[in-house]
Design a binder for this molecule. Sequence first.
Ligand code: NAP
Length: 302
Amino acid sequence: MLPFARVTIIGLGLIGSSIARAVRQHMPTVRLTGYDMDPAVRETAVRIELCDDVADSAGTAVIDADLVILCVPVGAMGAAAAELAADLPAEAIVSDVGSCKAMVIEAVATALPNAVFVPAHPVAGTENSGPEAGFATLFHHRWCIITPPEGTDALAIERVSEFWRRLGALVETMAPDHHDRVLAVTSHLPHLIAYTIVGTASDMEEVTQSEVIKYSAGGFRDFTRIAASDPTMWRDVFLANREAVLDMLQRFSEDLSALQRAIRWGKGDELFDLFTKTRAIRRSIIEQGQDDAAPDFGRSHE
Ligand code: NAP
């Protein structure tokens, strides 16, 4: 039996539209309703037939839903939840896809104190945004982390977990604070580093912008993919996960200083040992099916 029959997606960007497409593919009998604050996004969603219905308000969108998924930037979760509060059916389960959890849980609990909320984070994405950027296979063999606050109804957790499994995801459960620390190091810090490197390169005076772009195949371009990620989403992530990010950043700065020292004092062994360790990490990611083994990210060299 399907875990849900009537699913509403609030926020029809990359993640919301990917969920819609994946639901269509894997659970075609589910009635799908969508809503986005942006009228242009709603128009696009209608044109590309993303959902069965695209509602003009959050309230209308949720009126007969049994699952409501908030797919808006983390800083907008509280407002999005408050907008639908008056029309949310008592038996509906609310979930989300936010990239950090503790703050989202707090914001949703304030807006919807009586709702059953099962927070989730699909660890899958691209650098693109908007309803046309989504695709049905985005979650295939990617982890979706469910972070239920203590006391969350076990059946509700299982139904949301099953929903994600049906979309092709692997499901893991984690405490919200632990999630925020893990993601600070695996996702938020790498984004911060990429934003910094790309920013530094574009501010250099003695190396021109055109040279940075022309010779980017030396490594720079791999950072630009991450640094092209949505500015609103990432501003919100850093503000919402401030403590964990600052903590990881402190450790990173210390490690960077150690590397600086190793280079200054010509300690080649230290550099070699670290680079050997990091190479093994790349291999583990490939072995666990979390990236393709094709060299150079599968770029064509013809
Ligand atoms: P996106 O493509 O920018 O889509 C978000 C959509 O939500 C936009 O159309 C936005 O409209 C709309 N919106 C904002 N506030 C709203 C509100 N109060 N009510 C209804 N709609 C609202 O962003 P996304 O990449 O799908 O990210 C959505 C969520 O997924 C974020 O919480 C993010 O942390 C999480 N996530 C993202 C990724 C990723 O790689 N992108 C991966 C995993 C999880 P406007 O553009 O007009 O603001």
